[in-house]
Design a protein around this ligand. Structure first.
Ligand SMILES: [Cu+2]
Length: 77
């Protein structure tokens, strides 16, 4: 289970990273490494929560993924 998010670098020339946490406190949950134009990175989130991320090349670039719990199924079996 879980939900997969894919980031795609659609820039014409700039590289970026998708690195979890904040520039002064990377969380180590995920790190794409350098994504050149056209590159993509996928990560599957298994735990609900708020996941901050940033670009290690341009630390002012920030983002946030919010993972919500799956709705209750309404069934015990
Ligand atoms: Cu960047």
């Amino acid at each position: 289970m879980g939900t997969t998010v894919e980031w795609i670098n659609q820039e014409e020339s700039a590289s970026h990273t998708v690195t979890s946490g904040a520039p002064d406190n990377p969380s180590g949950v995920f790190d794409s490494g350098r994504l050149r134009p056209g590159d993509s990175f996928r990560f599957t989130f298994h735990q609900p929560g708020t996941y901050e991320y940033f670009c290690s090349i341009h630390p002012r670039m920030r983002g946030r993924i919010i993972v919500k719990p799956a709705p209750a199924s309404g069934s015990d079996y």
